[in-house]
Design a protein around this ligand. Structure first.
Ligand code: ATR
Length: 270
C-alpha cells in the first residue's frame, strides 16, 4: 500500500519535505508518495479537499497557507489553536481533518536534543511576531524560561501576542531590550532580503546563542550579524525543519524516526 502525502505551498518547488519524508519512510519500511502541490491562495481549500478525496493520508502546509489550513481543520491541537496556524493535517479514520502545528515542538527539540541549548530558567529574546513566531511561542513558554521577550518591528503585533499568551511572555520595544540574552531566536522574514532586524548589538553577549528559524547553505545574514557581535554559537533552522517533519510523520503513522541521519543528509546536499 502506498500512503499519499503532500506539502501545499505557493511557491513550493524549493521544499525539502518530500526528501525528508521519503527518508523517514525508508527508515521504517513504509511506502509513501509525497507530492509538492503548488496552490495559489484562492485554490488551496479546493485542492486540499481534492487531495483528501483522492485518498490522501495527510499533508503539510507551508507559506502562505497555514492560516487557511487552520480554518480548514475540523479539530485542532492546542498548539494550532494558539498559533492560529496549521502545518500538519491528518485525515482521521472518519474523514474529518485534524490540524496540528509541529513547528514549535520541532524548534524546541532541535534546541534541546540536537544543539544541547538550555531554555529553562534562561533569558530568551524572540524577534518577529508573524505566523512563524506565533507557531512556536506555546512550546517556548512550556520550557519555562525566566524571561521571554518578543520584539517586533511593528510593536503593536508583539503587544497583541503578549496579551494573548500572558506572562512571562512580554512584548519589548527597542529601547526596553536588555543586554546579553542567553538565547536570541530570529523568526522574522528580514533575512529573505539579506537584512537583519534593526536591534542594538547589545542584545548579544559572550554567552548568547543565536538561532535563525530559516535555513541556508551559507551562514544566514542574522547569524553572521550575531557572530560579528561576539555570539557564543549560532544555528540555522535546518534541524527545526527536520524535527517538525518527524513530528508530523509520527502523527500520521505513529512511528518514531531518527532525525540525525536526515539532518546530515540535507546538510550534505545543501
Ligand atoms: P511569517 O509567516 O514568515 O512569520 P509574516 O507573518 O509575514 O511571515 O511575518 C513576517 C515577520 O517578519 C513580521 O514580524 C515582520 O515584521 P512586521 O510585523 O513589522 O512586518 C518581520 N519582518 C519582515 N521584514 C523585516 C525587516 N526587514 N526587519 C524586521 N522585521 C521584519
Amino acid at each position: 500500500m502506498i500512503h499519499q502525502l503532500a506539502v501545499f505551498g505557493h511557491p513550493v518547488a524549493h521544499s525539502k519535505s518530500p526528501l525528508i519524508h521519503q527518508a523517514f519512510a525508508s527508515q521504517v519500511g513504509l511506502n509513501v508518495s509525497y507530492a509538492k502541490i503548488d496552490a495559489p491562495v484562492s485554490a488551496f481549500e479546493h485542492q486540499a479537499r481534492d487531495f483528501v478525496a483522492a485518498g490522501g493520508r495527510g499533508f503539510n502546509i507551508t507559506v502562505p497557507h497555514k492560516y487557511a489550513a487552520f480554518q480548514l481543520a475540523d479539530e485542532l491541537s492546542s498548539q494550532a489553536q494558539h498559533a492560529q496556524a496549521v502545518n500538519t493535517i491528518t485525515v482521521l479514520p472518519d474523514g474529518r481533518l485534524r490540524g496540528d502545528n509541529t513547528d514549535g515542538a520541532g524548534l524546541v527539540t532541535d534546541l534541546h536534543n540536537n544543539l544541547g541549548w538550555t531554555l529553562a530558567a534562561r533569558r530568551i529574546l524572540v524577534l518577529g511576531a508573524g505566523g512563524a513566531v506565533r507557531g512556536v511561542l506555546l512550546n517556548l513558554l512550556a520550557t519555562e524560561p525566566r524571561v521571554l521577550h518578543v520584539w517586533n518591528r511593528t510593536s503593536a503585533t508583539a503587544t497583541s501576542l503578549s496579551a494573548h499568551f500572558g506572562e512571562p511572555l512580554l512584548a519589548v520595544s527597542t529601547e526596553a531590550l536588555e543586554s546579553s540574552y542567553d538565547v536570541v531566536i530570529n523568526g522574522t522574514s528580514a533575512g529573505l532580503d539579506g537584512r537583519v532586524p534593526a536591534i542594538p548589538a547589545s542584545v548579544i553577549g559572550p554567552q548568547t546563542r543565536c538561532y535563525d528559524m530559516v535555513y541556508s547553505n551559507t551562514t544566514t545574514s542574522f547569524n553572521a550579524w550575531c557572530l560579528t557581535h561576539g555570539a557564543a554559537a549560532t544555528s540555522d533552522g535546518l534541524g527545526m525543519l527536520v524535527e517538525q517533519a518527524a513530528l508530523a510523520f509520527s502523527l500520521w503513522f505513529e512511528r518514531q524516526v531518527k532525525t540525525q541521519p536526515v539532518i546530515q543528509l540535507l546538510r550534505a546536499l545543501t
